[in-house]
Each structure stands twice: as C-alpha cells, then as structure tokens.
Design a protein around this ligand. Structure first.
Ligand SMILES: [Zn+2]
Ligand SMILES: [Zn+2]
Length: 233
C-alpha cells in the first residue's frame, strides 16, 4: 500500500466531521439562504447528500446530480457530488460548494423545473453563480456570498480522485473499415488510412466477432476504449 497523504494542506483549517457532514452544512447554509427569498415545499430533511460517482458511472461528465423521490424507496431527494472535485484550496472548496448549491436548488424546486428560468433566477441571480444554467460555476458573486462561511466551516476533508474510467472512448467502440477505397469514408478517415468509421456499443463490439463495413462490405477492425482494453489484462 502507498502511504496516505494529507487530504488538505496542513496549514488550512480542516473540517472536523466527515464529508457528508460538510456537504450537509453547506446545504443547510444554501437552503436557509434560498428560503429567505423563495418558497419551497420540500423540507430540508427530505434532502440527503453524499460524495459519490454519477449514476451513469465514473466516466459521466456531470459533477453533481439530484435524484428525485421517484428514485427513492424512502421518498428522499438524493444529491451526489462527484469525488473528482477538489478540496485542497479555498477556491476548490468554494467550487465544490457551488456544485452543492446547484443541486440543492434543484432539490428545493419541483422536479419538472429542470434548468428553467426559476432555477436560473435562484442559482445565478440570487446566489451569484455564473455560466449556463446546466453548468454553473462559482464566479465572484457566489464566492463573495459563501467565502466567509467556508473559511469558518473548514475545508472539505477529501483528497481529489482521478476518474477511474475517463470519458475518452466512453461506452462505445470504434469500428474502422480497412478498405481505403471505401465509399463510406470521410477526409478524416481516409487521412487515418481507413474507409468508413462508425461506433457500436462495447457490449455489441464484444459479442460480434467480425463487422462488415455497412458502406462497402469490406473488412473492419474494432478499437475498444482504453479502460475496456485494460479489463482484458
Ligand atoms: Zn443541474
Ligand atoms: Zn468500407
């Protein structure tokens, strides 16, 4: 085993509870602040938070998610924050807090609100986050709003994870026609020495042994994404 390293720089104030408690403290702060100005019919105790990978796997590009009561046997709203988010600087903690805020705002609104105007008004105009409503970032106003609270709370006790299944390649395999005269190719594919290039799911790629090119019926090669190839070792 490798030696465990400090989760945060030693000269910073580390939160004394665990990660869930930190997320819940930030959620309390955001929930209270939003409730000062907006009506919600979702009680705070209905909303739970954890650090964890996204429902469609570690490779998902989403950094936070809110599941609604339809997905919960206990009728809770469940928020997950991706563990690839950092916590070793104040800026990183504020950005992680912003993801918490984004998901808490979802959790306080009816499920069908999505990233619509009501959502945007709260996360951007009121809480100060910036960017597209689907992918908000902290920005100066949000940072100003939460900075003092985070400094008093302490840093999230978490060492950033690297993605165990990076998005590159994702869940599909590339199938490449080896016939350079293939009528289904593109300038890009010809430049790589192939005819038509198309994608199939990894499951299909693993079960079908030889694909024929749909354009010219020529032979093909299958290229599985890196993380799947590793499985074969
Ligand atoms: Zn969202
Ligand atoms: Zn072909």
């Amino acid at each position: 085993m490798k030696q465990l390293l400090a989760q945060n720089p030693v000269d910073t104030k580390l939160y004394t509870g665990n990660r869930e408690a930190w997320l819940n403290d930030v959620a309390d702060f955001i929930y209270t602040k939003v409730k000062e100005e907006f009506v919600t019919n979702v009680p705070r105790e209905n909303i739970k938070l954890s650090v964890g990978f996204m429902p469609n796997g570690a490779g998902s590009s989403a950094i936070g998610v809110c599941h609604y009561e339809g997905s919960s046997a206990g009728n809770y709203r469940e928020i997950f924050i991706k563990p690839t988010l950092g916590a070793s600087t104040l800026v990183e903690c504020i950005e992680t807090a912003q993801v918490v805020a984004h998901e808490v705002v979802h959790a306080m609104l009816p499920a069908k609100t999505g990233h619509g105007p009501k959502f945007a008004r709260i996360i951007k105009n009121y809480l100060g986050a910036e960017g597209k409503p689907t992918a908000t970032i902290a920005g100066p106003a949000f940072t100003l709003m939460i900075q003092k609270f985070i400094l008093e709370l302490g840093f999230l006790p978490h060492a950033k994870m690297t993605d165990p299944s990076p998005k590159t390649g994702g869940t599909t395999a590339s199938v490449k026609c080896t016939d350079t005269e293939c009528i289904g190719g593109t300038d890009k594919s010809y430049a790589q020495g192939f005819g038509m290039i198309f994608r199939v799911s990894i499951k299909v790629a693993k079960t079908v042994s030889n694909f024929r090119c749909p354009a010219c019926a020529g032979h093909t090669i299958v290229e599985l994404p890196e993380h799947v190839r590793d499985d074969y070792k």
